[in-house]
Write a protein that binds this ligand. Structure first.
Ligand SMILES: NC(=O)c1ccc[n+]([C@@H]2O[C@H](COP(=O)([O-])OP(=O)(O)OC[C@H]3O[C@@H](n4cnc5c(N)ncnc54)[C@H](OP(=O)(O)O)[C@@H]3O)[C@@H](O)[C@H]2O)c1
Length: 327
């Protein structure tokens, strides 16, 4: 993933400059560092569009960046505005953009800055929002779909194989399980007991995480596990994952950077040269059109309550996605 958490620009715009409202932070810290700020309305550069944001997804990367936990990978400049996916209406197009016109309803990835009334996005990272897809659900798709598509591609998991997913109930897991089901991949997913029915509804076999996990996975998948995706990043699950899948090469983590280095497991942060977002958005739209994509929302918050949305995200026991309703 690329990031530019300071996309929304600087505060203190001069008189006559059009401004827009964002939720930003000027120091690393807890959710209380988030404040409403007025920033200069961003002008789209070549290949970009400006979106009037209707909804924006909230992801763990937002609170990790705000807390200063990702400075090595993604340094930010202050004031910073997080938010890496949005749905909204195209309000201005930059030079060379032919795919979109003012008034188009779109959704997709941004470079940060989506927790605001306006955000810039690369024209080629957007898809058209169908009328039958809700605004909140549209904002829940881009990051989860891109991550899921990428993870399945990097794992090389195929129809008929069994995939173990750690942390299957959240924003990413919810979409990943449905991509996997549509490809004929059998999924065993870990979640707390309260989320087991949610996993079953998405076609996965749920198992509880914690002590005794390996035995529970073996019971749920007596034929064995072919690949493992760690989307939890907790509980030191990589050693048992390597054992269950028969080697570190069959395991991928998107959530445990240090564990990956320690155990020789591949970490994917979205910085691979291959691009998956276009296929991922198309894949999600195809499933939605077929009536096979459920997008449960953990909670929807107004933009003014972004700090509370960060707190709930940080708590980390989500069923589906947190979304901000902006405009
Ligand atoms: N590298 C990348 O490209 C990339 C992209 C997107 C996300 N991520 C990372 O992937 C992780 C998941 O993202 P997300 O958006 O799905 O997060 P999320 O929506 O916050 O969901 C996290 C899920 O983890 C579960 N969980 C909590 N403790 C667990 C444990 N000990 N074992 C297993 N599951 C546990 C929770 O379910 P229960 O309530 O059932 O515990 C919750 O549903 C985050 O760390 C995020 O930063 C990485």
């Amino acid at each position: 993933m690329t990031t530019n958490a300071s996309t929304a620009g600087s505060t203190g715009a001069g008189s006559g400059t059009r401004t827009t409202r964002a939720i930003g932070f000027s120091e690393y810290g807890g959710a209380e560092v988030l404040r409403p700020i007025d920033v200069e309305l961003p002008a789209p550069g070549p290949g970009q569009v400006r979106i009037a944001v209707r909804t924006a997804g909230v992801n763990p990367v937002d609170h990790k960046l705000r807390a200063g936990a990702m400075t090595a990978l993604f340094p930010v400049t202050f004031p910073a505005v997080t938010g890496y996916e949005a749905a909204g209406v195209v309000e201005a197009v930059g030079e060379g953009v032919t795919a979109w016109r003012v008034g188009d309803e779109v959704f997709g990835l941004t470079w940060g800055g989506a927790h605001a009334e306006h955000v810039l996005a690369a024209a080629d990272k957007l898809a058209r929002k169908p009328a039958g897809l809700g605004w909140a659900e549209a904002a829940a798709i881009p990051l989860a779909a891109e991550t899921s598509w990428r993870a399945l591609a990097l794992l090389g998991v195929e129809s008929g194989q069994t995939l173990l997913v750690h942390g299957a109930a959240g924003g990413v897991g919810t979409v990943l399980l449905q991509f996997a089901r549509s490809r004929g991949i059998r999924v065993v997913g870990t979640a707390s007991e309260a989320n087991h029915e949610h996993l079953r509804a998405l076609g996965a076999v749920p198992v509880a995480y914690g002590e005794g996990l390996a035995e529970r996975v073996r019971a749920a998948a007596p034929e064995g596990v072919d690949r493992v995706l760690d989307g939890a990043g907790r509980g030191d699950v990589l050693p048992l994952s390597i054992e269950l899948a028969g080697g570190a090469e069959n395991v991928l983590t998107i959530a445990d950077f240090e564990g990956a280095a320690r155990y020789g497991v591949r970490f994917s942060g979205g910085t691979e040269p291959e691009e998956y977002h276009r296929e991922a958005l198309a894949g999600a739209l195809a499933l939605h059109e077929a009536g096979e994509l459920r997008l449960p929302l953990h909670r929807v918050f107004p933009l003014a309550e972004t700090a509370e949305a960060h707190r709930v995200s940080e708590h980390g026991h989500l069923r589906g996605k947190i979304v901000l309703a902006v405009g």
